[in-house]
Design a protein around this ligand. Structure first.
Ligand code: ADP
Ligand code: MG
Length: 571
């Protein structure tokens, strides 16, 4: 047999990924996957080298969410995979497709203390829908097809494939390789027509209906029909954090500014692609009416009736179901009246809450507060940009001030509340923009603590010429840190590890000077004119990241809320 008739595991794997529609690989190379990364590039895949596997994993899952085909995260054995587990859990819990590929210790070193030896298939399994090691090179394409298929069929999630070094290097006759065709896009589940009629009847008889739009509706690409539904039938809607933009946040039917009232008083809720988990207060009192009727639509049958029983439980794709519902409601010539008491109640609450926020925004005194800072960011950034956001207060307050016009244009800490996701999400989003929306900007609004988790990815952004604008809303700590004077007095007098508040970071840290590493000037801002100027300058930069470090009051906080978000116990 001549050498041309032989092929090794690296090449088979790279070509199988390409054949399954994978385009992007994010990772960090080392033994035993360096040759694999080269084979991937040779096959025509984009390889993005990152600085930490966790961030690589966040980037790969963003491609999955945006394109509905998985991005790949490539890691080395042992610690490489362990570092990626946080990212895998994040993708699995957010229901985003992801394929993780791990190099692992050669099989003839297993059990005798091989380099970075680790039971990787078992380790990955709790965070996966599918975790396996192909038994030999000839079956690699079969496993890759299955891994891709399981990541996108049913409820999307994570697949892991394990490749011992010897398997990647092994040569086999090309004729023996079992090549596999591309796995088709998943079939769309249609709703039972009887359930569509029941859902329509409930909505038509509701006095206080509400549509909740979750990130499942964004993933489904159902924006066209969901907009039709709320606009045609004058229905109030409430987006979840990443459901924002499926219908424009500026739409008059959006009741985000009266969130608490809408949830508490709705008598009928149409739940489109959101789980009744902590983000929606479990669907239970006191945040929801105890008698609320839920019409639940989900692609995952096992999700139906979770936390509270649904009145109508529909296993279907959101786009398809919503189209059927619109047709049904239209055939009944039904329209919900804007003069109804419900709209009156919601609108008066919206006006009151907006006036309260306005008071905060108008306060431009130094040091700045969150509301003013975020308001001027919103005023200056392009309205169709992708907003990546994380950090406790920065993300929570930013959710109501940074508006989304388009679906999948907000990426944040998500269902798992993971901090450190921002830079990885932003890198993938910026690469996605290059192909699907040239010129669109990615704005990464980070708390100072959140930025610290993955800040070194700025180098990755620079290397690949990604014009991401990183805005660090800096309050010297987690939730909030010390003022300068307190911080200095602790350092002078205290036993620092005993008295420095665990929530505090160093004060006035010049994160923008990380740009000096690339001979680019970052921006340090303490007032609104400086912030506006920095934003305008940053928007001119088209081939490199920028950092804008905005100092705010370390004791700035959220406005008082009717309910604490996370502190109330259900037990
Ligand atoms: P959010 O964070 O917006 O509240 P969740 O992640 O809790 O949203 O819920 C999203 C839900 O959407 C998941 O239960 C998932 O199974 C579901 N989902 C995803 N894609 C679709 C689809 N195409 N049609 C219906 N449901 C979907
Ligand atoms: Mg902070």
């Amino acid at each position: 047999m001549s050498a041309e008739d032989e092929v090794n595991g690296n090449k088979i794997l790279a070509e199988s990924l390409l054949a399954q529609g994978v385009k992007y690989v994010f990772g960090i190379v080392g033994i035993p996957v360096i040759e694999l990364s080269l084979a991937m590039q040779q096959a025509g895949l984009h390889f993005v080298g990152m600085r930490n596997e966790q961030a690589a994993c966040y980037a790969a899952q963003t491609i999955g969410y945006l394109t509905k085909r998985p991005g790949v995260c490539l890691v080395v054995s042992g610690p490489g995979l362990l570092h990626a587990l946080g990212g895998m859990a994040n993708a699995q819990i957010n229901c985003w497709p992801l394929l993780v590929i791990g190099g692992s210790c050669a099989q003839d070193h297993e059990g005798i203390g091989g380099f970075q030896e680790c039971s990787q298939v078992d380790l990955a399994r709790p965070y996966c829908k599918y975790s396996a090691r192909p038994p030999g090179p000839t079956l690699i394409p079969t496993h890759v097809e299955k891994a891709v298929r399981l990541s996108i069929y049913g409820r999307p999630g994570v697949s892991y494939l394990d490749f011992p070094g010897n398997l990647l290097a092994q040569q086999v006759a090309s004729s023996k390789v079992v090549y596999t065709a591309i796995c088709p896009d998943p079939p769309l589940a249609w709703p039972d027509p009887a359930l569509v009629r029941q859902a329509a009847n409930l909505i038509m008889t509701a006095k206080r209906p509400l549509v909740i739009v979750g990130k499942g509706a964004a993933y489904a690409g159902a924006e066209g029909v969901v907009r039709d539904l709320v606009r045609t039938f004058n229905l109030p809607f409430l987006p979840t954090p990443m459901g924002k933009g499926v219908v424009d946040d500026n739409d008059i039917y959006c009741v985000s500014a009266a969130r608490t009232t809408a949830l508490q008083h709705a008598d009928t809720i149409l739940l489109l692609g959101a789980r009744l988990n902590w983000i929606l207060h479990f669907g239970r009192p006191p945040r929801f009416d105890p008698n609320v009727k839920i019409i639940q639509v989900d692609i995952c049958a096992e999700e139906l009736h979770n936390s509270i029983p649904a009145k109508v439980a529909i296993h279907a794709d959101i786009g398809i179901f919503t189209r059927q519902l619109v047709l049904r409601l239209a055939s009944q010539a039904w329209g919900f009246l804007s003069v109804s008491a419900w709209w009156g109640q919601l609108n008066s609450k919206i006006d009151k809450n907006k006036a309260n926020i306005m008071k905060m925004i108008q306060d431009t005194r130094k040091p700045l507060n969150y509301y003013t800072t975020l308001h001027y960011i919103q005023e200056t950034i392009p309205k169709d940009c992708i907003i990546v956001s994380e950090g406790a207060n920065t993300m929570d307050i930013g959710r109501s001030i940074l508006l989304n016009r388009l679906p999948k244009h907000r990426l944040d800490a998500g269902t798992f509340g993971t901090m450190g996701v921002g830079p990885g999400f932003a890198i993938a989003a910026a690469l996605w923009c290059q192909v699907y929306a040239p010129g669109k900007r990615v704005i990464c609004v980070e708390g100072d603590s959140a930025f610290g988790f993955s800040g070194m990815e700025v180098e990755t952004m620079f290397r690949y010429k990604l014009p991401i604008i990183i805005i660090i809303v800096n309050n010297n700590g987690i939730y909030g840190g010390c003022d300068e004077e307190t911080f200095q007095s602790i350092r002078e007098e205290g036993e620092v590890t005993k008295v420095t508040p665990p929530t505090s970071l160093s004060t006035n840290v010049h994160y923008e000077r990380m740009m000096d590493m690339f001979n680019i000037k970052g921006h340090f801002c303490i007032d609104i004119p400086q912030l506006q100027d920095a934003l305008e300058q940053s928007l001119q930069v088209k081939d490199a990241p920028t950092i804008i470090n905005v100092m705010i009051n370390p004791s700035a906080d959220r406005m008082p809320q009717d309910f604490a978000w996370l502190t109330e116990s259900k037990l």
